[in-house]
Design a protein around this ligand. Structure first.
Ligand code: SF4
Length: 466
């Protein structure tokens, strides 16, 4: 689970000029800034809030100065994320003074109010109605039919060519290091027709890569018992494999995140081998030692995971596996840790993120015995990253000489040195590596280029257009 933050500056909707009809408004529209912290799921919450604000005629601004009010969407996954959120609220209070707090830290209202007693309101994650109610109270909307015009795909905080697609909220698992289920409640899957209508709208608006996110993507539909709905004239179940098949009909990249290796995940591998879904699976394994996994109470952990990985790669040789791990979990012995390193050598995962264990208030793991000291955690983190760097280097070297599609993310403003940055199927935005491409073509972000891979290093690739 990623805890990367986006920015500590308010953001404005960047996708469409619709709704900026300041010249037509009888009086100035109220202006709101939004600071979005946390994981892609929080980013989707921010997008929904921004969509509502724009629909109601608020202008979105990207400076504290220009805002009449600032919303801070917080993260509370780890202590560092909580500190960053508290700091961001403080900055918004100092720079603007009218602040509404939402997001995961919102469940700790008392803590927020102790540190920042002047905040206008505090709401929890995905409480869009409460956020809007707080905004209405502090800053009533100025109704204007022109500013009610919305791009049908809503407001996106990601660049125009990729978008996160949130398929469910909450989680039914009880991992001992995590408080997400108590913050976000049990698994609540969105009906498949809703998800596909949103996905279709995003593709029509220019999105070329859909990143499927949730807390537990392969559990999609379990809570609602897989109801059937029609989409594009065909009946589909609200179920993981049906969703993957439906998304493949949109003819854009579909990238699957937060997939737990339940047995039915095997069903998606043929779709990947056929090129219908990107051959990329983000599976948050978190550890490999059965003893630690049991203490973590991880879902879907089983002894034969390595065999399954081998089977997936046999059926889909291009498959790229990404995962995250926690080192220094309470009670993790040197033996457990070495088991993990050996497992990594055998599994040869392509992309790996690693966190040092941190206590999370309210999580059961903090009451476990045998916490490790910070030096030991740091040492294990460094050892794991060293092992993984070599694995990553070996895995990327396999791609040298291949011709791959690369989606362009970034073109330098001067555009003169003929180098642009993109990603191939092996690279999720913001968390994986990239492809540095030499080209004489005029390209723009969102273009898809055919690229011959000419070199690789620890985490990134190099190539040239063909
Ligand atoms: S699967 Fe575990 S770590 Fe992920 S949200 Fe659910 S409880 Fe938390």
């Amino acid at each position: 689970m990623s805890t990367s933050s986006t920015t500590a500056q308010p953001q404005s909707g960047a996708t469409s000029p619709a709704g900026t009809a300041s010249g037509t408004a009888a009086k100035a529209n109220p202006k709101v800034g939004l600071v979005s912290l946390g994981c892609p799921k929080a980013l989707v919450d921010s997008e929904r809030i921004m969509t509502r604000l724009r629909a109601e005629g608020y202008d979105l601004v990207d400076s504290y100065d220009g805002a009449d009010l600032v919303i801070v969407n917080t993260c509370a996954f780890l202590e560092t994320a909580r500190d960053e959120s508290i700091e961001a609220i403080g900055e918004a209070m100092a720079e603007n003074g009218k602040v509404v707090v939402t997001g995961c830290l919102g469940v700790h209202e008392q803590l927020i109010r102790e540190v920042h007693p002047g905040v206008l309101a505090v709401t929890g994650p995905h409480q869009y109605e409460s956020v809007m109610a707080a905004v209405h109270q502090a800053l009533p909307p100025a109704h204007d039919p022109y500013v009610d015009l919305m791009p049908p795909q809503g407001i996106k905080l990601t660049p125009r060519h990729f978008a996160y697609l949130k398929i469910s909220e909450g989680c039914n698992n009880k991992c001992t290091f995590c408080i997400i289920p108590s913050l976000r409640g049990p698994l609540t899957s969105r009906p498949i027709a809703d998800v596909m209508t949103e996905a279709e709208g995003l593709v029509e608006a220019g999105v070329r890569e859909l990143l499927v996110i949730s807390q537990d993507t392969s559990a999609y539909g379990i809570d609602t018992k897989f109801p059937r709905q029609e989409w594009r004239g065909k009946e589909r179940r609200t179920r993981f494999i049906d969703l993957c098949e439906a998304l493949s009909e949109l003819n854009v990249w579909t990238r699957l995140h937060y997939v737990y290796p339940y047995p039915h995940v095997d069903e998606v591998i043929p779709l990947m081998a056929e090129g219908k879904v990107l051959p990329y699976l983000d599976i948050p394994f978190q550890h490999a030692s059965p003893r630690v996994l049991k203490a973590m109470r991880r879902p879907a952990h089983q002894e034969r995971t390595l065999d399954r990985i081998k089977g997936w790669r046999r059926d889909c040789p291009d498959l790229v596996l990404r995962s995250t791990f926690i080192v220094g979990f309470p009670g993790e012995t040197e033996e457990d840790f070495e088991f993990l390193l050996d497992w990594l050598e055998e599994a040869e995962l392509d992309r790996v993120g690693c966190f040092k264990y941190e206590n999370v208030p309210g999580a059961q793991a903090q009451d476990l015995a045998d916490h490790l000291d910070e030096d030991e955690k740091q040492d294990r983190w460094e050892r794991l990253m060293e092992v993984q760097r070599d694995i990553s280097t070996r895995r990327l070297a396999r791609l040298v000489g291949r011709d791959l599609d690369v989606l362009i993310d970034d073109v330098p403003e001067d555009g003169t040195d003929g180098t642009v940055i993109g990603r191939c199927y092996a690279d999720a935005p913001e968390i994986d590596g990239s492809v540095r491409i030499t080209t004489t073509e005029q390209v723009r972000p969102g273009d898809m280029l055919r690229v011959r891979i000419t070199g690789s290093d620890d985490y990134d690739l190099e190539g040239e257009t063909i």
